[in-house]
Design a protein around this ligand. Structure first.
Ligand code: SAM
Length: 195
C-alpha cells in the first residue's frame, strides 16, 4: 500500500475540498449515491442541513439506506432524503441558488454492480444544466470522472467541452488529473463566484 502526504486518490482530494467548503447548515446533493459512502461523508459535514441523495438504481438506494442507518443516528437520518430516480431532474422542492454543493461520482455501482448501468453522457449533461442554477453563490459542483471505460471516456470528453463554455466571471473551474497513471480517474471542480 502506497502512502502519499496530501491525498491517496481523487476521492480523498474531493473530500478535502468538501471539508473546506461545507458548513453544518448547508443544503447538499449527492447526485450518484451508489453504496452511500460519499453520502455518509457529506452527512457528517452538513450535520444540520438537508442532504438529498439520488441514484437511478433501487439497489443503490437500498444499499445507501442500510449503510447510512448503520453509521448515523435516527435524528441524523431525518435530514437525508434518499430518492430513486435519474439525476437529470432534481426534486422541485429545491429552490434555485440554495445548494452549497452537488457531488457526482460518475460510473457504475461499485462492488459487483452491472457495468452496463453506468452514468450516460446525455443524462449527465442534462443534469449539469439543471444543477448549475441550483448552486448558491460561493457553492460548487464536484465531479469524479472515470475515463478508463468507453462511456466514461466519452463522458469526460463531453463534460470538459461543456464546462469550457461556462462564463469565467461566474464559474471558476479546475480539473485534477494524474498524468503518470494510465486511464486514472480525475476530479473536476466547478466553483461559483461568491457575489
Ligand atoms: C461510482 S457510483 C457512485 C458511488 C457512490 N457515490 C458511493 O460513494 O458509493 C455511480 C452511481 O451512479 C448511479 N447512476 C447511474 N446513472 C444515473 C442517473 N442517470 N441518475 C442517478 N444515478 C445514476 C449508478 O447507479 C451508481 O450507483
Amino acid at each position: 500500500m502506497y502512502k502519499f502526504p496530501l491525498f491517496q486518490s481523487h476521492l480523498d482530494l474531493a473530500h478535502s475540498y468538501w471539508q473546506r467548503l461545507l458548513s453544518p447548515t448547508d443544503t447538499v446533493i449527492d447526485a450518484t449515491c451508489g453504496n452511500g459512502q460519499d453520502t455518509l461523508t457529506l452527512a457528517k459535514l452538513c450535520s444540520e442541513g438537508t442532504l438529498y441523495a439520488i441514484d437511478i438504481l433501487p439497489r443503490a438506494i437500498e444499499l445507501s439506506t442500510a449503510y447510512l442507518c448503520q453509521n448515523l443516528t435516527a435524528e441524523q437520518m431525518k435530514r437525508i432524503r434518499l430518492i430513486q430516480g435519474c439525476h437529470s431532474h432534481f426534486p422541485a422542492v429545491i429552490q434555485p441558488a440554495t445548494v452549497k454543493l452537488i457531488v457526482y461520482n460518475l460510473g457504475y455501482l461499485p462492488g459487483g454492480g452491472n457495468k452496463n448501468l453506468t452514468t450516460m453522457v446525455d443524462s449527465t449533461l442534462l443534469s449539469f444544466q439543471n444543477a448549475l442554477p441550483l448552486i448558491q453563490n460561493g457553492g460548487a459542483i464536484s465531479i469524479a470522472l472515470y475515463p478508463g471505460h468507453p462511456e466514461g471516456l466519452r463522458e469526460q470528453e463531453k463534460i470538459l467541452l461543456f464546462v469550457r463554455e461556462l462564463s469565467p466571471k461566474i464559474w471558476n473551474i479546475c480539473h485534477h488529473q494524474w498524468p503518470n497513471r494510465v486511464n486514472s480517474p480525475s476530479l473536476l471542480l466547478i466553483q461559483k463566484n461568491q457575489q
